[in-house]
Design a binder for this molecule. Structure first.
Ligand code: ADP
Length: 326
């Protein structure tokens, strides 16, 4: 047995729907297995500023359906320094916390990896991000909910786009990862997705227009991943105004609405399974791994693998969108 008696849990970085379901699952699984649980507020900040509270089973009642995170989340500069992490370690010792479960995206898991190595401290990570940009897991917690929010928003934009015969660029989140744009486009029947993964290979806008885009349609919807790599929806619209002035172009930036809302059944179930698996991993003496899901099976992914940059996009999805948008 691992000898872990007390587990700390925190959410860090960008929030994602389903984080509460994960907090609930980790808490209940730990208590079920005879461990104490402590909630750390505001990500790594809570370790440095000592915002740590004891959790019971009912501390996580009535939260599975709620978006956001009851533990709050934050970005914490101090934790990126050796001195800051030392203060965090001392807080864990003082509180008698033997292991941490960190729920967050690649930044949070990078911090977890560094901390775990530096202090030989057991940490298990859960992939909590709407971006679906971590390696070694088919899905991250929050991605499915965000995708559904995007689909609903694009359905609504389609109504107005069709009435006015317009070309719409709809900017979605994802940073360096095009999964939300690509699957959002497939789910909503949009014409195309402009995604970071193929920016270097091709001029996606030019190809779209030269491939007969809009010839047979009264409106066109194109999803664009936010960020510097694609330039975002505004940059696309500017280009169209300059290069293809015959189009009546509009931009819609979906923004933070994508992070909110009650998590879907898929996200709740994913978060619940991963939360239980995190405690099992700790009991199993697994160290410094992220819980992932591959082909519907729970897997342990070493932090170093999970946080590698540039998760490749599945070409089959790009091809499917091309086929469907004729
Ligand atoms: P996300 O987890 O959503 O990717 P961030 O990239 O903002 O979010 O990271 C969240 C927090 O994780 C940061 O504020 C910082 O406290 C910690 N973190 C990120 N990168 C590092 C790093 N290289 N070293 C230590 N801590 C880090």
């Amino acid at each position: 047995m691992s000898g872990i008696k007390s587990v700390g849990i925190l959410t860090s970085g960008g929030d994602a729907p389903g984080m509460n379901a994960a907090i609930r699952a980790v808490t209940r699984a730990a208590i079920y297995n005879g461990m104490e649980v402590k909630g750390v507020m505001r990500g790594y900040r809570g370790l440095i500023y000592d915002e740590i509270i004891p959790f019971q089973s009912n501390s996580v009642s009535n939260i599975i359906q709620k978006g956001g995170t009851i533990l709050k989340t934050a970005r914490c500069k101090e934790f990126t320094t050796t001195e800051g992490r030392k203060i965090a370690y001392e807080a864990l010792q003082r509180e008698g916390i033997d292991a941490l479960v960190v729920i967050g995206g690649d930044g949070s898991l990078t911090g977890a990896r560094i901390f775990a190595q530096e202090f030989n401290f057991p940490i298990v990570g859960l992939p909590g991000t709407i971006d679906n940009d971590l390696h070694g897991t088919d899905f991250t917690i929050g991605y499915d909910t965000a995708l559904n929010t995007i689909m609903e928003a694009v359905d609504k934009i389609r109504d107005t786009a069709t009435s006015h015969e317009r070309l719409f660029f709809i900017e979605v989140m994802g940073r360096e990862c095009g999964y939300l744009a690509l699957n959002g486009a497939i789910a909503s029947g949009a014409e195309a997705a402009i995604i970071p993964e193929v920016v270097e290979e091709e001029d996606q806008l030019r190809n779209l227009i030269s491939n007969g885009f809009r010839k047979t349609k009264s409106s066109s919807l194109v999803l664009v991943t936010e960020g510097e790599i694609t330039g975002g929806a505004m940059a696309m619209a500017e280009r169209v105004k300059q290069e293809y002035p015959q189009y009546d172009v509009r931009v819609s930036i979906l923004g933070h609405v994508q992070r909110g809302g009650s998590p879907t059944a898929s996200d709740r179930i994913l978060a619940s399974r991963m939360g239980v698996a995190a405690i099992e991993a700790l009991m199993d003496d697994q160290r410094n791994v992220m819980i992932g899901i591959e082909n519907d099976k729970i897997v342990y992914v070493p932090f170093s693998k999970a946080i590698k940059k540039n998760r490749p996009i599945r070409k089959e999805l790009v091809d499917a969108l091309n086929v469907l948008s004729i």
